[in-house]
Design a protein around this ligand. Structure first.
Ligand code: DON
Length: 309
């Protein structure tokens, strides 16, 4: 029996992967010490289409913590549970022009500026349905798993590392409670946020999660509806304007796709109605986005004509 001929998309994805692999710029994050152990050579690139086909190249099955890439998906769950206005009362939708950990709230309302920065994500996690913090985290873990189409778990080593070094986020938590937008026990709210960031995914998972946003909330691999189509529209809008923090303008200019980055080196990008892109490569630029993920998405966008504008 002859070998199966790879599809043209697969061939082009493998070529692009080989080219981008040669880029060795950037530094692995170390402010969460356990992340510093990551191998800088790792690079996985996956595309999941609206009809559930997944193309993969490189290290797409290697697990890493989702970190900030969780934020748009948890925002989707909060929007689904509370409605747009229920979430807007507590979390704004304006870009900050600052880094992911900016200590800044809207002066008049006390709201964090958007759900993609840490302050906004801490409040967003507290808005997900649940009678207590344990139920809220379970809803988040089940929701992220439904977006990925498989049961996800927490990396307890990274979680412990972030809990030991997470005082900046705790400080944000106290500011948020003082401003009246975060309710209840700050430590418990932060425990949910830290656990959310420590969920393990692969580049393949991120592609399927992105494709679920692209498909109006239905996972194209499992067929499960995770959130509503109006919810994904809102999430994608905020990803486009705020998903890469103080790089969001240049990102949209060059890649032309809503996206979200994370400090473990993950990135999800979405072409609405068409596909999700999942990338993993640990070395980051100075704003906390994976260098190879930026390069891969810009090239994919240019070569496959994905730029939305
Ligand atoms: O809260 C933090 O600092 C991390 N758990 C997540 C930050 C992050 O991923 C920023 N993204 N580029």
């Amino acid at each position: 029996m002859g070998e199966q001929v790879p599809s043209p998309v697969q061939v082009r994805l493998d070529e692009l992967h080989a080219r981008v692999q040669l880029n060795c710029e950037g530094e692995v994050a170390t402010y969460i010490p356990a992340l510093g152990k990551a191998d800088p050579a790792l690079f996985g690139l996956a595309l999941a289409t609206h009809d559930g086909h997944v193309y993969e190249s490189g290290d797409t099955g290697v697990g890493f913590t989702i970190q900030s890439v969780s934020k748009p998906f948890v925002y989707a769950l909060a929007l689904y549970d509370r409605g747009l206005n229920g979430v807007l009362e507590r979390v704004g939708v304006e870009p900050t022009g600052e880094g992911f950990d900016a200590l800044r709230l809207e002066p008049e309302t006390g709201r964090p500026l958007n759900p993609m920065v840490n302050a906004g994500a801490i409040v967003t996690a507290s808005l997900v349905n649940g009678d207590d913090w344990g139920q809220r985290f379970q809803r988040i873990l089940d929701g992220l798993s439904a977006f990925a189409g498989r049961e996800l778990r927490v990396d307890h080593e990274v979680l412990a590392s972030e809990e030991r070094t997470g005082d900046h986020n705790r400080a944000l938590g106290y500011l948020l409670r003082n401003a009246g937008v975060l309710e209840g026990d700050v430590d418990k709210a932060l425990a949910v946020y830290f656990r959310q960031c420590s969920v393990v995914v692969t580049a393949r998972d991120l592609a399927v999660m992105g494709a679920t946003l692209a498909g109006g909330g239905v996972n194209p691999v499992t067929g499960q509806r995770v959130v509503g189509a109006d919810t994904t529209e809102h999430v994608l809008a905020v990803m486009a304007t705020c998903g890469t923090y103080d790089f969001a303008g240049e990102w949209l200019l060059r890649a032309g796709l809503p996206a979200k980055s994370g400090v473990a080196g993950g990135l999800v990008a979405v072409l609405p109605s068409q596909l999700g892109i999942g990338v993993f490569s640990p070395p980051l630029d100075r704003r906390g986005t994976s260098v190879r993920a930026i390069a891969a998405c810009q090239e994919l966008s240019a070569r496959f004509g994905l730029h939305l504008m």
